[in-house]
Design a protein around this ligand. Structure first.
Ligand code: PGA
Length: 241
């Protein structure tokens, strides 16, 4: 893992944006797999802006890390977030966007379909955020490190974070999502783990200073060469070294 510590949220967004921008510029048909939530909002703004200027969205294939189980246009879905924070803001369309259908009745069949997509699509970039409990995607504490795409139950802290992020009542927050496993996440050429703010400092300390253990899912990324962790000073504030 390469660790990059930047000053603040803006610099974290900018640093991540630049890495993605360079990959999009260099590759013929780059495949970018995004995460959603609070952490990448600044990154999405920068991407939307660049796609309306000199960065070519028409050659980009988009995929997603995960999707909540629920109505497609519920306030928290990855589907809605991707539209509201990117596709609705950009005048041109990407080459393709294949997302997980969290409203599919036969969810096992949908998981199989998306697994097939992932098995046949080499990803250049996977963007990740970090949960306060150390999760990545919905690989919550206790998930085996050999996980592949699956239907996950959320920890209570994750349900609370979702309710908070999307300004909804906790009773309306989803408690399950389909998520890539560690296997698919780590298949990307570059995995960008973004972390900002003091509320993530304990999780960051566990990722970098604690044991590599399923108790802190993201600790598994620590010895992986294709992972770049981009964190701000507040998120790094409890680190020893
Ligand atoms: P957040 O979530 O970006 O909304 O803090 C991070 C995550 O749970 O992956």
């Amino acid at each position: 893992m390469e660790l990059i510590i930047v000053k603040n949220y803006e610099e974290m967004s900018e640093k991540t944006f630049k890495i993605i921008k360079n990959v999009i510029k260099d590759k013929e048909n780059p495949v970018i797999s995004m995460t959603t939530g609070g952490t990448p909002r600044g990154l999405f703004k920068k991407l939307a802006n660049a796609f309306n200027n000199d960065l070519d969205i028409e050659k980009v294939k988009f995929l997603n890390l995960d999707e909540y189980i629920g109505e497609k246009n519920a306030p928290y879905t990855v589907y809605r977030y991707m539209n509201e924070n990117l596709f609705d803001l950009v005048s041109k369309k990407p080459l393709s966007w294949d997302y997980i259908h969290g409203d599919e009745k036969n969810i096992e069949k949908e998981i199989e379909r998306y697994k097939n997509v992932l098995d046949n699509t080499k990803r250049d970039i996977q963007v990740l955020g970090l949960g306060v409990n150390g999760h990545i995607g919905a690989n919550e504490p206790g998930t085996a490190f050999d996980s592949t795409i699956f239907l996950a139950n959320h920890d209570q802290s994750t349900i609370e974070s979702t309710a908070n992020e999307y300004n909804i009542d906790i009773s309306d927050a989803p408690n399950q999502m389909v998520t890539m496993g560690f296997k698919e996440i780590l298949e990307a050429d570059k995995v960008l783990l973004m972390v900002s703010g003091s509320k993530k400092a304990e999780a960051v300390k566990n990722v970098l200073d604690g044991p590599i253990s399923t108790a802190c899912p993201a600790s598994y990324l620590r010895d992986k060469d294709n992972v770049i962790m981009i964190i701000d000073e507040d998120a790094a504030s409890l680190l020893e070294k």
